[in-house]
Design a protein around this ligand. Structure first.
Ligand code: CP
Ligand code: NVA
Length: 317
């Protein structure tokens, strides 16, 4: 395989990891690794003008440091132009979302959108057949995060087959995309969430259907059972954006699911700690684990850039 060639059978949109075949997911990670290695070439890189003449609109209803910054840099490094739209255009108040989408597709090649409701992402995608829509986080999925997570694991492990990652915490958007992605690359996922906060059954079914090379999804009640012998331990905030009014009750429910040194000690020797960031030290992870040598959280953050460059190559170039 030549990773400098864009993956075959490009999808129009990237709303979910499930929009990519296993083969394209794997090739995208390979391409991202190559683009990471070639970043030092700057405007001499073979991809420096891949998006020349392309405008990409960015519409974010929620705060973002990593996703917004890395998309803007990715678009610029591929020779394209990022157009920052005010968040109000995602509320449908001034004009219907379908009309916003049908305007945008006349001017821009793609829309990168972060919303509260996943239905808005699908509305944009279906209303504008020529517009490439990229989900930059919805209440249900965070597929761009999972791409960076898979590159991080592949860098650390080389071949991923036969490895296990434990996800401890909320069965949320980040957990969904991780569960979609990891088994497709042969990585088993052990899940442990408090009662009432588990991944939806549909996510487990979709993730299991996509599993390759013997990877499995297993659901545990006790976080110690999920982490025992795992090669990496992943967690996310207990209260996601938009759930702030539930923070107090969530703190109570999630307390036994904090990732601390004692829990990490039950994982496999050399196991990594992962987090999409931002993290709340003292809630889902202790400061000790967050700052420990096992923590690869800033590798994950760095890899947002390289995987999103590869994604833009796949969808747009
Ligand atoms: N991990 C992540 O998506 O970070 P931001 O919310 O800062 O974009
Ligand atoms: N689950 C978190 C992820 C932030 C990147 C949220 O949705 O707020």
């Amino acid at each position: 395989m030549n990773p400098s060639a864009p993956p075959a059978t490009p999808a129009k949109n990237f709303l979910s990891i499930l929009d990519l075949s296993c083969r394209d997911l794997s090739r995208l990670i390979d391409l991202a690794a190559q683009m990471k290695a070639e970043r030092r070439l700057a405007d001499q890189a073979a991809t420096a003008n891949a998006l020349k003449g392309c405008h990409v609109a960015m519409l974010f209803e929620k705060p973002s440091l990593r996703t917004r910054s890395t998309f803007e840099i990715a678009i610029r490094e591929l020779g394209g132009h990022a157009l920052d739209l005010p968040a109000q255009f995602a509320d449908g108040g001034r004009e219907p979302l379908e009309d916003v989408a049908r305007n945008l597709e006349r001017w821009v090649t793609a829309l990168v959108i972060r919303t509260y409701a996943h239905a808005k992402v699908t509305t944009f995608a279906s209303a504008a057949p020529r517009l490439h829509v990229i989900n930059a986080l919805s209440d249900q999925e965070h597929p761009c995060q999972a791409l960076a997570d898979m590159l991080t694991l592949r860098e650390r492990w080389g071949e991923c087959d036969g490895r296990t990652i434990a996800y401890v915490g909320d069965g949320n958007n980040v957990a969904t995309s991780l569960a979609h992605a990891a088994p497709r690359l042969g990585v088993s996922v052990n899940l442990a969430s408090p009662s009432g906060y588990e991944l939806p059954a549909r996510v487990i079914e979709d993730a299991t259907r996509g599993a390759r090379k013997g990877a499995r999804l297993r659901v545990f009640v006790d976080p110690r059972e999920a982490v025992a012998g795992a090669d990496a331990v992943y967690t996310d905030v207990w209260t996601s954006m938009g759930q702030e009014q539930e923070a107090a009750e969530r703190r109570l429910a999630f307390r036994p699911f904090q990732v601390g040194s004692a829990l990490m000690a039950t994982a496999a020797p050399g196991a990594f700690f992962m987090h999409c960031l931002p993290a709340r030290r003292g809630e889902e992870v202790t400061a000790e684990v967050f700052e420990s040598p096992a923590s690869v959280v800033f590798d994950q953050a760095e890899n947002r850039l390289h995987t999103q460059k590869a994604l833009l190559m796949l969808l747009l170039s």
